[in-house]
Design a protein around this ligand. Structure first.
Ligand code: HEM
Length: 235
């Protein structure tokens, strides 16, 4: 088993499984965040955020998420490092080394998965400092308690909208993060399914369409929220 995960295919399978797990988190996270778009009072988002913070299942999923993210990044680093070492050198038809045209038959996103992933990690660190860190550890005056339907909870809505209204640069950062995420997922989704064995001719086309639709939906969803909050505050 240990040997399996040190092989190239074993690593790709681990990348795919952790990637699909992270995708599920991204879907749930976007669903919760989209409540900001549907209720200007903030009650809907605050209740959803409170539910996520207090549900026992989520407390179990949170450390798994951190482990999944770390594993995904570390294995990607290992694969990229090994690919760099072997780059541009391949055996030709007659057994000699030939330079490989790196762009042949691949998309920009597929050739830049590691760079896109790094942009996402940088975004994520800033993002966690913006919200997660304050909600879990340091607190923030904006978070001061609200009572909704008799229940006391933190005002996560004020913290999130406060950032996008008062720091316009943060809106640009979140839009860049969303675009990088969309491009990363565009290649990631179908690559994961291909690694896991769904790659015959018929499925290849379907998975490509699913990859495009899904990554566009997530990128648009994550980008629209900060833009909507900022624009609404200006009109
Ligand atoms: C519109 C954009 C986003 C908003 C408004 C938002 C909001 C939040 C908030 C309020 C928290 C803290 C939740 C808590 O501690 O209870 C959080 C945590 C987190 N966010 Fe986001 N987020 C956004 C985009 C993203 C994106 C694009 C990613 C991934 C690339 C991401 C990944 C995470 C992670 C990993 C956590 C920590 C785990 C958790 O608390 O559930 N977020 N986000």
């Amino acid at each position: 088993m240990t040997n399996f995960f040190t092989t190239s295919i074993g690593r790709k399978i681990l990348m795919s499984v952790t990637g699909l797990f992270l995708i599920m988190f991204l879907l749930v996270h976007l669903t919760v965040n989209s409540m900001i778009l549907f209720d200007g009072t903030g009650d809907l988002f605050n209740r959803a955020a409170h539910f996520m913070a207090t549900t026992p299942l989520i407390k179990v999923v949170e450390p798994l998420l951190a482990i999944g993210l770390l594993a995904h990044f570390l294995i990607a680093s290992l694969i990229t490092f090994q690919n760099q070492r072997n780059r541009n050198v391949t055996y030709g038809a007659f057994g000699r080394y030939e330079a490989r045209n790196a762009s042949q038959g691949s998309t920009w996103a597929s050739r830049n998965m590691y760079i896109l992933g790094t942009v996402i990690i940088v975004f994520l660190v800033i993002h966690l400092i913006n919200f997660f860190w304050k909600m879990k550890f340091t607190g923030d005056p904006l978070l001061s308690e609200v009572i909704i339907n008799g229940e006391h909870m933190e005002n996560a809505y004020a913290l999130v909208t406060g950032l996008f209204i008062n720091w316009k640069w943060s809106v640009a950062l979140y839009v860049v993060g969303a675009i990088a995420l969309g491009l990363h997922l565009y290649h990631g989704v179908w690559s994961a399914f291909q690694t896991l064995g769904w790659s015959n001719k018929k499925w290849r086309k379907i998975l490509n369409v699913i990859g495009v639709l899904f990554s566009t939906l997530l990128a648009l969803g994550y980008a629209i929220i900060p833009l909507y909050v900022m624009i609404r505050s200006m009109i």
